[in-house]
Write a protein that binds this ligand. Structure first.
Ligand SMILES: [Ca+2]
Ligand SMILES: [Ca+2]
Ligand SMILES: [Ca+2]
Ligand SMILES: [Ca+2]
Ligand SMILES: [Zn+2]
Length: 536
């Protein structure tokens, strides 16, 4: 094991199709140090397909086809079918998770200093001036030619630097990493950490690696993050709006965030070891990995006071891309302000699709069972409604929930059940100013016209509401902790004003204590909730 974990020299390279990995019978762990940390070491490192010092052991050609840990190189023969490679990868002791492969994330950055093992970070990046020495990973050392090379492809610095800004932002708009370009002082490459005023956390250079194709680029894992591009590639390949350059650099920076390669290589994931040009940017699994390490782009919003501030919502607010719950301890608070009596509609919809990871299929919209609450009161201390009506893969929604007074409100999205791993989700929060509540026999237009009388009550009260389509109706009573205490159903409601009464008793027949209760009516696909107060 290397003695200085802050400067891991493990790196990863991106290879050009159709090079196929294979593996020789020499695969062995016999030479590994008898170190009880070896398992965790392997967990961090296996899956990196790199060129490294295996050339010394297995010959120069094999060095391009290696699975490497800090202490072990498994070298691959170029002729074995990919199915066989997948099988070998699966049989490695560490290749077990049905998802992205995440190694160490950033623990120190120039702007943040020391950061914890979770939560958002700031990363700076800088470009090596031409001539700064790139020692080479396996290739011979030579001076960087990044500016000369990129200027020859794109005409001016502004053009390709804008592409890099977009490349980094293609991660940053999804995950909890904020990027900034800074100047570079030309300090020794690599191994010079980012420092404010001197150089970026991620330093980017280019020189000849191995001629055209083969290795396209390589990248060091955190806390280095440095990137080396091969000047022998056609970086201005215009196909797909330069998706060749953009996907390679986004893939390399994926390593720079701590992500390792995934299989199978079927062009579904950016972090596959071969470049794919049939999609644009990080895909579902890649983003799940990035979110696991750094959270979504609105982190940290884990308390009401640290909520993502949406201000006054005029119509619908929705994030540009799905956000996520990343673990069992991720809580996502969103705060908004109303200026008068309003109706609130919220939809939380798990986002994802079905894709292959190693030999398993994963449904990334069925990781967590999501739930949400609407909060009010002083800094979100009061639960107005608790919504968890559906299970894994299903959305949760309320329609036209009445917020009678102006003020601050919160939507809290959290995990109700399921695997404590990254669940991306879409969120819609709609706020509409509401007129006076429908009264008398006037037919409500957008809600159920729900009212409760008497209110306050002791112990009996009645919910009155309008049914537009015949069928089942229900009245559910929740306490302020969100626990459902009573459920009342009627299967045969006809069109018109209907009533359901509650006698102040729970489903088990006990009298409930005095206090505030949420009375939620469902009818004809609509839901409305009002508060009732039970007084002794
Ligand atoms: Ca090359
Ligand atoms: Ca989150
Ligand atoms: Ca959060
Ligand atoms: Ca649910
Ligand atoms: Zn790679």
């Amino acid at each position: 094991m290397k003695s200085n974990p802050a400067r891991l020299l493990t790196l990863s390279v991106l290879l050009m199709l159709p090079m196929l990995m294979s593996i020789p019978s020499e695969l062995s762990t016999a030479d590994l140090p008898q170190d009880d940390q070896i398992h965790s070491l392997l967990m961090q490192s296996v899956g990196q397909t790199v060129a490294n010092d295996a050339a010394r052991v297995f010959g120069a050609e094999s060095a391009q086809f290696c699975i490497v840990t800090e202490t072990l190189s498994v070298c691959l023969h170029p002729d074995t079918p990919p199915e066989r490679v997948d099988e070998i990868l699966r049989n490695l002791p560490t290749w077990s998770d049905d998802k992205y492969q995440l190694g160490n994330r950033w623990s120190t950055t120039a702007v943040d200093g020391s950061v914890g093992l979770s939560g958002p970070i700031n990363l700076t990046y800088s470009f090596l001036d031409d001539g700064v020495w790139i020692p080479g990973a396996e290739e011979p050392g030579s001076g960087s030619r990044l500016y000369a090379e990129m200027n020859s492809h794109f005409g001016s610095e502004e053009v390709w630097k804008a592409m890099f800004a977009e490349i980094f932002n293609d991660w940053g708009k999804h995950i909890g990493v904020t990027y900034q370009e800074v100047s570079d002082d030309g300090a020794a490459f690599t191994g010079s950490p980012g420092e404010v005023g001197l150089r970026g956390d991620v330093r980017i250079g280019a020189h000849n690696i191995d001629g055209q194709n083969g290795v396209l680029a390589y990248n060091y894992f955190p806390n280095s993050g440095d990137m080396v591009l091969d000047t022998s590639e056609n970086w201005s390949n215009p196909y797909g709006d330069y998706v060749f350059m953009r996907n390679i650099c986004r893939h390399e920076h994926g390593h720079g965030l701590g992500l390792q390669h995934v299989s199978p290589t079927n062009c579904q994931k950016l972090m596959e070891p071969y470049v794919c040009l049939n999609f644009d940017g990080p895909q579902d699994d890649d983003l799940r990995g990035g979110m696991r390490a750094y959270g979504d782009t609105y982190e940290s919003n884990n308390t009401a006071s640290a909520a993502t501030d949406l201000g006054v919502i005029d119509g619908v607010w929705t994030p540009e891309f799905p956000v996520s719950l990343t673990t069992s301890v991720d809580f996502d608070y969103y705060r908004f302000t109303t200026t008068g009596s309003s109706n609130l509609s919220v939809t939380v919809d798990p986002a994802g699709h079905r894709y292959a990871i190693e030999d398993e299929m994963i449904d990334s919209d069925e990781i967590m069972d999501l739930a949400f609450r609407v909060l009010g009161g002083s800094n979100g201390s009061e639960i107005l409604i608790h919504v968890n009506e559906t299970g894994l893969g299903e959305n949760e929604a309320i329609v036209d929930f009445s917020l009678p007074t102006a003020g601050d409100y919160w939507v809290l999205v959290f995990r109700a059940a399921g695997t404590p791993d990254v669940q991306r989700y879409d969120l819609d929060i709609e706020v509409e100013a509401s007129g006076t509540t429908a009264v008398g026999d006037q037919i409500p237009r957008t809600d159920l016209g729900l009212s409760v009388y008497p209110n306050p009550f002791n112990p009996r009260t009645t919910a009155r509401f309008y049914v537009e389509t015949p069928g089942s109706i229900s009245l559910d009573i929740y306490d302020v902790a969100g626990k459902r205490v009573r459920s009342i159903h009627d299967q045969t409601a006809s069109v018109g004003w209907q009533e359901l009464s509650w006698n102040g008793r729970s489903d088990t027949g006990n009298s409930v204590p005095s206090g505030t209760y949420l009375m939620q009516v469902r009818a004809g696909g609509r839901i409305q909730t009002v508060r009732g107060l039970l007084l002794e």
